[in-house]
Design a protein around this ligand. Structure first.
Ligand code: ADP
Length: 198
């Protein structure tokens, strides 16, 4: 077995990907409980920040600067409770973020166990976001930032998927069906990991 640069650290990250409304947050929470590692959501971490400029961009549905998001997420991932691993939800969302994550793992120790893409058709995402807007306290849901969020996802995300597919780390799981059904499908994909790229 290969030893990591910091042999004491065996941090294994699971990345959860999906469009806005795909159910990433719900599934990441269930998965983190099942694996016994923290759930780290870039959206939640950013919403906790009070900076007006950050809030304005989020309310519009635009992506935030790579450097800012990367710093916040990696600072959280470096905490002791994530030493054995974490479920990352919403990060990385751009290739620059994916590269920064790889560099960080090389430096701090750790690997990506798998990247799970929750696949949900766009019309279903639109329906779910419309329903969520009626009950959600989230500014971006209420402000109907849906078109911009979908646009940001469609533009930035395919290269991220390709990045992990090229490394043999990507698994696609249908994000439609009951919460429990999707959860079991994710556990199943982790039990049968993809072949590693060399
Ligand atoms: P959703 O995926 O449902 O839109 P999130 O909570 O993951 O919800 O993200 C909410 C918002 O936070 C995004 O629309 C974006 O403005 C910002 N955000 C979250 N993660 C990132 C990221 N990795 N890079 C840039 N912006 C992000």
């Amino acid at each position: 077995m290969k030893t990591s640069p910091r042999s004491a650290v065996r941090r294994e990250l699971v990345l959860l990907f999906g469009g806005p409304g795909a159910g990433k947050g719900t599934q990441a929470q269930l998965l983190s409980a099942a694996l016994g590692v923290p759930h780290i959501s870039s959206g939640d971490l950013l919403r906790e920040r009070q900076a007006a400029a950050t809030q304005a961009l989020m309310t519009r549905g635009d992506l935030l600067p790579d450097g800012l998001v990367t710093d916040i997420v990696l600072e959280r991932t470096a905490q002791p409770d994530a030493e054995r691993g974490a479920v990352l939800d919403g990060f990385p969302r751009t290739v620059a973020q994916a590269q920064a994550l790889d560099a960080w793992l090389t430096q701090h120790g750790g690997t990506i166990r798998e990247a799970v893409f929750l696949e949900v058709p766009t019309d279903e995402l639109v329906n779910r976001l419309r329903e969520r807007a009626e009950v959600s306290g989230r500014a971006d849901d209420r402000a109907n930032a849906t078109p911009r969020r979908l646009e940001a996802f469609a533009k930035e995300f395919p290269p991220v998927l390709e990045y992990y597919a090229d490394r043999g780390l990507l698994r696609t799981v249908p994000g439609t069906g009951s919460i429990d059904h999707v959860h079991r499908a994710i556990l199943q994909s982790l039990a049968h990991p993809p072949a590693r790229a060399h």
